[in-house]
Design a protein around this ligand. Structure first.
Ligand code: ADP
Ligand code: MG
Length: 455
C-alpha cells in the first residue's frame, strides 16, 4: 500500500470514531509523510496545535489502526508540516499532482468565520423520516418565528444522528432567508468554554459579554460538555438570560435530555425545559436508503442498488458510520477503477460495523475461542501440548493482538506461559492465512461475532 492510500484508509476509520468538528479541525489536513524501515511512521499535521492535540488524544487509536494495515509500524512521530525536509515535500507534491478523486470526497466547503457555520449543512441535504420529522417541523417553526415560538430549542439524540447537521442547517437557512441581516453564531460548548476561560485569564470578560449579546441566533452544540466548570456555566447562564430576555433565539444540542444532564445547575435545566425539547432517533431502513442516496449524489458517485440496500440494512449504529462506510466503499471502487462487487462491499461493512472492543478483555477472547472450539478455557491457557490445541491457541494470540493490541510477552504469558517468539509466530501465521483460507476466516468471523454481542 502506498502511504497516502494507507493514510486515507486509516483516516476513514478515524472519521467514524471522532466527532466531526474534531476530525475536521485536527485531522483532515494530515498526511502520512513516510514510514522508516525502523518502524517509525511520520505523520505531518498542519500546525502545532494539531500536532499536540492529535498526539495527546488520538495516538493510540491511530497507531492501532495503522498497524492493522501495516504491521511493521511500531511508533508514530507527529511533525508539523513545515518542518519536514525538502525531499519529503517534493515527494508529497508529486503525490498531490495526480488528479485525485479521493480529495474531492474529502473536500469541505469553507466554514464562514463570522457565524462558524459550514455551508455544507443545509436543510435540503437533510433527509427527513419518521425518526426526525418532529424535530424537523419544530426546526421549521423556529426558522419562521425566530426567538418567539420555541425558545430555547433543545435537540437531543445519540452520536452521529444528525444534531450538528440540523442545527447548522437552521443557522444557514436563517442567514440565507434574511440576507445575512440576522446575526447567527454557532459554537461548540468547548469553544464557548475556551472563550470564557481565555477572557477570565486576560481580564476581557466584558468583551466576551458584549460579543455574545450582539448575537440574534446563538447555536450551541454538545451542551453536555459545558458543565463541570462553574465559571463557564455561570457565564453561560447569564448569556442565556440576556439573549432570552431580549427574544433572541437559542438553539442547543445535547447527547441526552435536559433531565439527564447531571452536571447542569437546576436553574439552567428548568430554563431548557421551558422551551421546546425534541429528540432525534435512529432512522428506519427507508430513511437510511434515502440518506445513502443523498450522500452519493453529493459526492457525485454511484453504487448499485443491492449495495445501497445492503449498507442500509447492516449499518445500524448511526449515520456517521454509514458515511464512513460509503467513503471506504467509494475509495475501493475508485482505486480499482471498476464497480465494486457486493461481497467486497459486504466485507467493508462488516469490518466497519464490528462493535468496539472497549468492553472486551483477554478472558472474553479466550472464553469465546474455547466456546467456539468446544473446549475449556483452561485447555487454551494450559501447558498441554496436544495437537488439537494449536489452532485455538494461535487464534487466541491473533485476537489478543489484533483486538486488544497487547504486547507479545504479555500474550505469551497468558497463553500457556510460552516464549514470546511463539506468540509472534502465531500472530503472523494467522494473519497471513486469514486472507487465503476461507475456512479460517469464517471461524474467526464467528468468534468475533460472539464477542461483539458483549460490546
Ligand atoms: P451528531 O451531531 O448528532 O453527532 P452529525 O450531525 O455530525 O451528528 O451527523 C453525522 C453525519 O451524518 C453528518 O455528516 C451528517 O451530514 C449526516 N446526517 C445525519 N443525519 C442526516 C440526515 N437526516 N440526512 C442527511 N445526512 C445526515
Ligand atoms: Mg455533533
Amino acid at each position: 500500500m502506498e502511504n497516502d492510500e494507507l493514510w486515507s484508509a486509516v483516516l476513514s476509520e478515524v472519521e467514524i470514531q471522532v466527532s466531526r468538528p474534531n476530525y475536521l479541525t485536527w485531522l483532515k489536513n494530515s498526511r502520512l509523510a513516510k514510514i522508516e524501515a525502523s518502524g517509525i511512521a511520520f505523520v505531518a499535521l498542519p500546525n502545532h496545535f494539531a500536532k499536540e492535540w492529535v498526539e495527546a488524544k488520538y495516538n493510540k487509536m491511530i497507531l492501532g489502526l495503522m498497524r492493522q494495515h501495516n504491521e511493521d509500524v511500531r511508533k508514530i512521530e507527529y511533525v508539523v508540516e513545515g518542518t519536514l525536509t525538502k525531499a519529503e515535500k517534493t515527494k508529497t507534491s508529486g503525490v498531490k499532482a495526480v488528479p485525485d478523486k479521493k480529495q474531492q470526497i474529502f473536500q469541505e466547503m469553507k466554514v464562514d468565520p463570522e457565524s462558524n457555520l459550514n455551508p455544507r449543512y443545509t436543510l435540503s441535504s437533510y433527509v427527513v423520516g419518521s425518526s426526525n420529522e418532529l424535530v424537523y417541523s419544530a426546526a421549521s417553526a423556529v426558522i419562521d418565528n425566530i426567538g418567539t415560538k420555541y425558545n430555547p430549542f433543545f435537540i437531543y439524540g445519540g452520536v452521529g444522528l444528525g444534531k450538528t447537521h440540523l442545527i447548522q442547517a437552521i443557522g444557514n437557512e436563517i442567514k440565507i432567508r434574511h440576507n445575512n441581516k440576522i446575526k447567527v453564531k454557532y459554537v461548540t460548548s468547548e469553544k464557548f468554554t475556551n472563550d470564557v476561560v481565555w477572557a477570565i485569564r486576560n481580564r476581557r470578560m466584558e468583551d466576551i459579554k458584549t460579543a455574545y449579546r450582539q448575537i440574534d441566533v446563538l447555536i450551541i452544540d454538545d451542551i453536555q460538555f459545558i458543565g463541570g466548570k462553574e465559571k463557564t456555566e455561570e457565564e453561560f447562564f447569564h448569556t442565556f438570560n440576556a439573549l432570552y430576555e431580549t427574544n433572541k433565539q437559542i438553539i442547543i444540542s445535547s447527547d441526552r435530555s435536559p433531565k439527564s444532564l447531571p452536571i447542569l445547575e437546576e436553574r439552567l435545566r428548568s430554563r431548557f425545559e421551558g422551551g421546546m425539547i425534541a429528540d432525534i432517533g435512529y432512522p428506519e431502513y427507508e430513511t437510511r436508503v434515502a440518506i445513502i442516496k443523498t450522500k452519493l449524489q453529493e459526492r457525485g458517485a454511484q453504487l448499485p442498488e443491492p449495495i445501497i440496500n445492503m449498507i442500509a440494512e447492516k449499518a445500524q449504529r448511526n449515520i456517521r458510520e454509514i458515511e464512513g462506510i460509503l467513503t471506504k466503499v467509494l475509495f475501493q471502487q475508485g482505486s480499482s477503477h471498476k464497480e465494486i462487487d457486493l461481497s467486497s462491499a459486504e466485507k467493508i461493512v462488516s469490518e466497519a460495523t464490528q462493535k468496539s472492543t472497549a468492553n472486551i478483555n483477554p478472558a472474553h477472547i479466550i472464553n469465546a475461542v474455547a466456546t467456539f472450539f468446544q473446549m475449556s478455557p483452561n485447555d487454551i491457557v494450559g501447558r498441554a501440548r496436544n495437537k488439537e490445541l494449536i489452532e485455538p491457541r494461535q487464534i487466541s494470540v491473533y485476537l489478543l493482538r489484533q483486538m486488544l493490541n497487547m504486547s507479545y510477552p504479555y500474550i505469551a504469558s497468558k497463553i500457556g506461559n510460552r516464549d514470546h517468539t511463539t506468540a509472534i509466530y502465531s500472530y503472523k501465521k494467522i494473519s497471513e492465512s486469514i486472507t487465503k483460507d476461507q475456512n479460517l476466516n469464517q471461524k474467526i468471523a464467528s468468534i468475533k461475532e460472539s464477542l461483539s454481542k458483549l460490546g
